[in-house]
Design a protein around this ligand. Structure first.
Ligand code: GDP
Ligand code: MG
Length: 448
């Protein structure tokens, strides 16, 4: 892994006052290899490495960070910048309806995303309409209708034999798109999501159709959906869609698999378009707003790197660290077991709630006590209890199907499992930040 490789590099950098060109070359070489491992496209890796080297060479010597940390910080900053910097929000039309068009290869996850996006928007008080413009595959319309039903969002689709209010030309996706938007306007839907057809490979006819739909409905957003597992093909595919439909944002799908997110960097770097959402499973709730900083950490395995830096600095007992690591190769530093123990601690605190609030000089703030909900902790406990020990110690492995199993086992909805893992992720991030010494300015995840 990247962390393994960087361990040696950091060791050699430790104690140095500033970086020599040879130091930088060594580190950059490791970073280049790590990015290739994460399936970032070759030309993107090359450009990235050159840029990092340039910045590292011009580095001011920092008081608070050692040279190794400084290079990691540069790499992290660059990754975040390329991925779009701040999370980019959906561009909503001043005069509704906002039109969102989806584009991408067949199987990329467009139709699934359409349902997820619709559900997410509905939860925010929007009144979306889905429009089924994939008339290529016999089941595509049906698939969107099923997703719409699950999301509780209506679907506009051509009905053969049934004449609709707006003359819908069955078989012509451009007409369906146009009619769909007209329907949304007439029925006062404030967002329209236009699902389109894809092919297994980029082909001219499909691209022309997508471009025609774009021209017909003049979307506020064109989201390019790309399978995170696509690897080196990301460059050609992204370039073709960027040229063909000039998309405005990227959605990374199937991020629940083993993909390390390299495609995100490739697409964003090649097209300069921000990654806006991530799709992380087959159910409609497996959907996230994309956070460039989190993806940077995922690509670089930054959590591990920070731990390594810390270990190097404290000259940790190597034997002990190895013994711990052996127990579970992918064990994380702050695990769900720890999280559960923390929660139980808080729960205990909760039963003392009344007493504490009456006690002068209590260590617990009133706000902390008021936010506290015992039933929620019981639910978290039930969820963690439905996990295997491996999942508790290495929560990273908890993918979509594991989530579904855990939800079933603990009698909650998958969204609650997701919510809980999100909360855990935040806690984990906080613990890592604290472990990293808190005092490192500008390190990933640090506030400000
Ligand atoms: P489309 O051809 O672009 O519309 O792609 P679909 O939405 O039909 O998705 C293709 C397949 O990928 C389906 O079996 C989906 O269930 C699956 N899929 C879509 N998004 C995700 C995801 O985020 N994670 C996983 N694991 N599967 C997904
Ligand atoms: Mg589809």
């Amino acid at each position: 892994s990247l962390s393994d490789r960087l361990t040696a590099t950091f060791k050699s950098l430790r104690g140095k006052g500033r970086l020599s060109e040879a130091d930088i070359d060594g580190t950059v070489r490791e970073i280049r290899r790590a990015l290739l491992d994460a399936d970032v496209a070759v030309p993107v890796v090359r450009e990235f490495a050159a840029h990092v080297k340039e910045r590292a060479l011009g580095l001011e010597v920092s008081q608070s960070l050692n040279p190794g940390q400084q290079v990691v910080k540069i790499v992290n900053d660059e990754l975040v910048r390329i991925l779009g910097g701040e999370t980019r929000r959906l561009n909503l039309a001043k005069t509704p309806p906002t039109v969102i068009m989806l584009a991408g290869l067949q199987g990329a996850g467009k139709t699934t995303l359409a349902g997820k996006l619709a559900k997410w928007l509905k939860a925010q008080g929007h009144t979306p309409l889905l429009v089924a413009c994939d008339l290529q595959r016999p089941n595509a319309v049906k698939q969107l209708q099923i997703n719409g039903q699950r999301a509780g969002v209506p679907v506009y689709a051509p009905h053969p034999g049934v004449s609709s209010e707006f003359e819908s030309a069955t078989g012509d996706p451009v007409a369906v798109a146009r009619d769909g938007v007209a329907e949304a306007r007439a029925k006062l839907h404030d967002v329209v999501i236009v699902d389109t057809a894809g092919r297994l490979g980029v082909d001219e006819e499909m691209m022309r159709q997508a471009a025609d739909i774009r021209a017909a409905v003049n979307p506020d957003e064109v989201l390019f959906v790309i399978d995170a597992m696509i690897g080196q093909d990301a460059v050609n595919t992204a370039q073709a869609f960027n040229d063909g439909v000039n998309f405005t944002g990227v959605v990374l799908s199937k991020l629940d698999g083993d993909a390390r997110g390299g495609a995100a960097l490739s697409v964003a770097s090649i097209t300069g378009k921000p990654v806006m959402f991530a799709s992380t499973g087959e159910t409609l709730d497996d959907f996230e707003v994309f956070h460039p900083d989190r993806m940077a950490s995922r690509i670089l395995d930054m959590g591990d790197i920070l731990t390594l830096i810390e270990q190097a600095e404290k000259s940790w007992d190597k034997g002990e660290a190895e013994r711990m690591a052996k127990k579970f190769a992918d064990r994380e530093d702050f695990t769900l077991e720890d999280f559960l123990a923390q929660m139980q601690q808080i729960k205990k605190m909760g039963s003392l709630k009344k007493m504490l609030t009456m006690m002068p000089g209590a260590q617990v703030s009133r706000q902390q006590l008021e936010q506290f909900d015992e039933r929620q902790i019981d639910r978290i406990e039930a969820i963690v209890r439905s996990m295997t020990m491996h999942e508790r110690l290495a929560p990273k492995i908890i993918n979509g199907s594991r989530r579904a199993r855990i939800a079933k086992g603990s009698g909650v909805h998958v969204s609650e499992v997701n919510q809980m893992l999100e909360r855990f992720g935040e806690a984990q991030k906080m613990m890592k930040r604290m472990a990293a010494g808190g005092g490192m300015p500008g390190m990933p995840g640090a506030p400000g």
